[in-house]
Design a protein around this ligand. Structure first.
Ligand code: AMP
Length: 432
């Protein structure tokens, strides 16, 4: 039997998963402030949903799709990214009526056949948003401001915001000609993938990571010399709004992002806390995509953030605890009292655990208590039951609190709500 997970996939175990939950809850909370609602689409779609949208010349479609034929002969693909499925659903359910502006977010796994390394996986998870129905550069700025705020709230360090434009169609026609000309003179210095990109979509040469191609790429013309008035003013407006909100950003004139549907604004957020795979968020505007998928001309803008990389960039987080209070039976005579106390604590909203099952010794229960990382312990012996006096003990510093049976639940509840007692576990309760 195979006992290992597939290369490039990971199990997210208790201890880690609480950090993931924190990232997700914080996204839900922040995005709700800006009027976003969640959309959940299937993790696989007809392959056609991605071919023309993500783009046939992109690395994703060329090399990275988990594409298969099912028993019914359907050509299907595990979603490599979230935008085309959201638009497919938007069209299928006729969600955009009149001039409405729709705001969605999604959270879930994506699949790309990549070379796995730290921060790069074959199954990874994205939190993304899409805004459909306006071409205003103000919205580009809004989603950028929202994602920066979310990452800062999470405590992600060393954030850097890079913006650029990939312009509108007329600018791109002119720019493409200039690129083809510039690349043609250096084909012998470019890799075979770049030759293909040069033929199919010369803009994609900027996606190349091969070292020997970089000197040529650095010499290619800049799109900023080919901007139409519309594209120049869209970019200018974005900069104005970001500037008026006091947001720091850098312009990276060579950033094109690896997806074909981007128009006008593109952006990326990186973190210095990461290694080589330092991109946390990628996004941009995709006017034209909805029409290309068979809908009306509905402009859109969005981004996708990688959860694995956000968790990495957040650095060491306190290990989560499985309980606030661990209740230990001193001997067999107090097992049922322990179960009653645990039951009452849970009913009052205290995360309570015990291991008084199958005749486990006090010592075995004590090691289960340590493994649970519960900050407080309550040992129930015949004396406690007899006198109806109980002592809650904090393991970290041996702080002790004695109370009557009647006050036990309320005492434990107030301890569980002390932030210092349980940094990860109690956060959601305090903030929620
Ligand atoms: P993209 O969808 O390629 O624009 O990527 C958006 C974000 O998703 C990136 O900035 C990463 O945080 C994350 N991401 C993309 N591909 C991977 C991958 N193979 N493994 C982990 N995270 C990824």
């Amino acid at each position: 039997m195979t006992t290992k997970a597939i290369r490039g996939t990971q199990d997210i175990l208790p201890g880690q998963v609480e950090i993931w939950q924190r990232v997700e809850e914080s996204a839900r909370r922040t995005f709700a402030l800006y009027g976003f609602q969640e959309m959940r689409t299937p993790i696989f779609e007809h392959t056609a949903v991605f071919l023309k949208t993500t783009g046939e010349s992109t690395d994703i479609v060329q090399k990275q799709m988990y594409r298969f034929t099912d028993m019914g002969g359907n050509d299907l693909t595990l979603r490599p990214e979230g935008t085309p499925p959201v638009i497919r659903a938007y069209l299928e359910h006729q969600l955009g009526q009149g001039r409405s502006i729709e705001r969605y977010y999604y959270i879930g796994p994506m699949f790309r056949y990549e070379r796995p390394q730290q921060g790069r996986y074959r199954q990874f998870h994205q939190i993304g948003v899409e805004v459909l129905g306006t071409e205003s550069a103000h919205l580009d700025a809004e989603v950028i401001e929202m994602v920066m705020r979310w990452l800062r709230d999470l405590g992600v360090r060393d954030l850097r915001l890079l913006i650029n434009t990939v312009a509108d169609e007329p600018s791109r026609v002119a720019y493409r000609k200039a690129l083809v000309r510039a690349q043609a003179g250096h084909l012998d210095e470019l890799c075979s993938d770049c030759h293909r990109r040069h033929r199919e979509n010369p803009l994609r040469v900027f996606d190349c990571k091969v070292d020997t191609c970089q000197p040529v790429i650095a010499q290619l013309p800049s799109i900023h010399d080919y901007l139409s008035d519309t594209s120049a003013s869209h970019f200018e407006r974005l900069r104005e709004v970001l500037g008026s909100w006091g947001m720091d950003y850098e312009i990276d004139p060579r950033m094109v992002r690896g997806l074909d549907y981007y128009r006008e604004t593109v952006f990326e957020i990186t973190s210095g806390a990461l290694g080589a795979q330092d991109s946390l968020v990628g996004g941009g505007r995709y006017d034209g995509l909805v029409a290309q998928m068979g809908g009306r001309e509905v402009p859109g803008v969005g981004f996708a953030a990688g959860i694995e990389r956000i968790v990495l960039a957040m650095g060491g987080q306190p290990e989560a605890t499985a309980a606030d209070v661990f209740v230990v039976a001193f001997d067999d005579s107090t097992v049922s009292a322990v179960h009653t106390i645990v039951h009452q604590l849970r009913a009052a909203g205290v995360r309570a655990l015990c291991a008084a099952y199958d005749g486990r010794s006090k010592k075995a229960q004590g090691s289960a208590a340590r493994r649970s990382r519960a900050p407080w312990q309550l040992v129930v012996g015949p004396d406690e039951v007899q006198s109806d006096r109980y002592t809650l003990r904090r393991l970290a510093d041996d702080r002790r609190l004695e109370c009557s049976g009647e006050a036990l639940v309320s005492t434990a509840l107030s301890l569980a709500n002390e932030p210092a007692a349980n940094p990860t576990g109690s956060e959601s309760r305090n903030d929620g």
